[in-house]
Each structure stands twice: as C-alpha cells, then as structure tokens.
Design a protein around this ligand. Sequence first.
Ligand SMILES: *Cc1c(COP(=O)(O)O)cnc(C)c1O
Length: 376
Amino acid sequence: MTDRILEFLRNRREDGPCLVVDLEVVRDNYLAFARAMPDTRVFYAVKANPDPAVLELLAGLGSCFDTASVVEIQQALAAGATADRISFGNTIKKERDIRRAYELGVRLYAVDCEAEVEKVARAAPGSRVFCRLLCDGSGAEWPLSRKFGCDPEMAPRVLEHAHRLGLVAYGLSFHVGSQQRDPKMWDGALKAASTIFRDLAERGIVLQMVNLGGGFPTRYLKAVPGVRAYAQTIMDSLRSHFGNKIPETIIEPGRGMVGNAGVIEAEVVLISKKSDDDKVKWVYLDIGKFNGLAETMDEMIRYPIRTPFDGDETEPCVLAGPSCDSVDVLYEKEPYALPVSLEIGAKVLIEGTGAYTTTYSCVGFNGFPPLKSYVI
Ligand SMILES: *Cc1c(COP(=O)(O)O)cnc(C)c1O
C-alpha cells in the first residue's frame, strides 16, 4: 500500500473493482534485484503483469523479458526491449510461433524434450537453447508441479540432441515454484545442474548459463525473507556446487517484481448467514476467482485485506466472489477474519495484487467485466 495509491483511489469515481499499480514500487523492486544480484541478468516474467507502462518502465531500467507467446514477445518489443533481451521461455510452443519469434529476432528458447528441440532446430536454426529441469515445487505456495521440465537424468540427452542439430546448448533452467518462501530450495536444483554441466563438458559440450527462474515471493499475510537473503543463499549454493567456475546466471521474477506494487479496491456486495445458528458469516465481494483473484484457487494465496473497520473485533467469515458459480468462493476451508462491524457497501483493499490478477481475469463470465487496471 502506498500513499500514491490511496490518493488515486480517493479521487476515483468509476464503479467496479479495480487494480492500481504504483510504478515507483516496481522500480524499487527492479533495483533491489539488480543490486542484490549484480552479476545476474533480470528477465521479467511478462505474464505476471504485461501492462505496457510496467513493461516500458522495466525496459528503460535495462530489464530483459521472459515471454511465453508471440503476443508477449510483441508486447516486450513494443515496450522498447530489443530482441536480444527476450527469451521464449515456454517449453510448449507451436513450431509456427517459434518461427515467428525467430523472424522477430528472438534467439533464446526453453526446451524440455527432444521433440521440442527438433521444432526449435527447424524454426529457429542456430539459436541458443536451455533445458528446463523438473522441480517439485515443495516449499512454494503456488507450486508449478510436473508440467514443465524433464528429469535431470534426461537433460544431457536433450541438450546433446540440440548440439547435434546445430543449436547452441546454452544452459539449464528450473523454477522452484512460485511464492517460494524458502531460499534454500534453489540448492537441490543447482546441485543437479552442476552435475549436468560436468557430464556434458566431458562429452565436449560446454554449457554457459543457469536460469534460476522465478519464485521470489511477495509479502501476503506471512512474512517472507528479502531479496538479499535469496541472493546470498543462492550465491552460496552456486559456489558450493560450481566452485570457481560459476556460470552466467539469469533470474525471471514475476510475482517478486510486481506483486506488492498493486492494490485492488473492491466492494462488499452482501453479508449474510445460511442459517440462524451458522458459525460463520458469508461476505460476498464484487471481485472473485473469475475477475482477478484466480490465485485463491485451493486457497493457495491468502491476500491481506484492509477494511475501513480494521481494529474492531473480528469474526471468521467465508469470503466469496459475485458470480453464479459455486467454485467462486475465495476462502472457506480456512475462513478469513473480518471485522464484526463490516458493512454492505464498504470498500475493501486487497493488497499484494500486482501480479497474476489482471491476466487471470476472464472476458466476462456472468457479465462481470475483466479487472480494470490503472498504472500510476
Ligand atoms: C511464471 C514464470 C516465472 C515467474 O515466476 P514467479 O514465481 O512469479 O516469479 C518465471 N519463469 C517462468 C518460466 C515462468 O513460467
């Protein structure tokens, strides 16, 4: 929460929930990453918040961009990034999208199997590829599970195949899971990476780069370590596994770059009980899973919520969205403590919502429009 955001909201007249992102916070976050990890290049994960003003600010500060589609590549280019500062980091790409990326000048691609290597070799000849390793995401609040990456046993074969097909076997990547609250979780992946570096060096393929991925957290309800703690712990792991041959490194922060820069203002639509002896109240907001708060899925991300009645006595509430779908309940398994005095019509502020909110909001389920966004 910043004074600039509060000031903006005081003057706002439109109806409906909205996200307000403070660019000064994004700038501070970028500089904190750059200072804590001076030898590491920052590739902002565009999907976290692709607002043109956010991308332009980061491009101007010198950031690179991790993209997952041709549209995201075009967004990064439009913001002023040159193609040599863009990676196509999705391991699941159509060959014609790879060709389009290649035409736009992109020369850095993620792969996690031989079939994807073959697509890149055909559509983006001579490019650099890095192989993504599976990571189980333990310790993360939003784990990325098994969808991306291959077993470390398989990675050398994937990179050898790339080398054989004329690509540059450039390095390895992994993602320790989003909202990773334990900086030590990079260690296991770095150990596996160093083994693969040695393995391939023996076969004459010299890898150069380790992509440390995202995972850097935003503060929600629980405290999280700062960027410097992550930098320190990751550096210690790099030294212990790579000795004095530390590879080139990059990071791909998404949530850690923009999460705390955004606040959503929403309104209480209804407060009710389901029966006379119901232990919990139901509080319905004008925002839910379909218009911005998708990350409350399985109650994984618990946002701090401020109300005009903070400080009053609280009681456990089920918090739900406005749509006519019963999955549109934000917190029920673990009810959310809200002031007893909370009223219908009150405005609430949902903090830490700069990442993964606008991009996750749907086109108009039940006629509720996608989340409005203002960048100040
Ligand atoms: C989403 C994503 C990121 C960003 O992750 P955060 O946890 O938000 O920092 C980084 N890299 C890749 C490949 C991603 O898909």
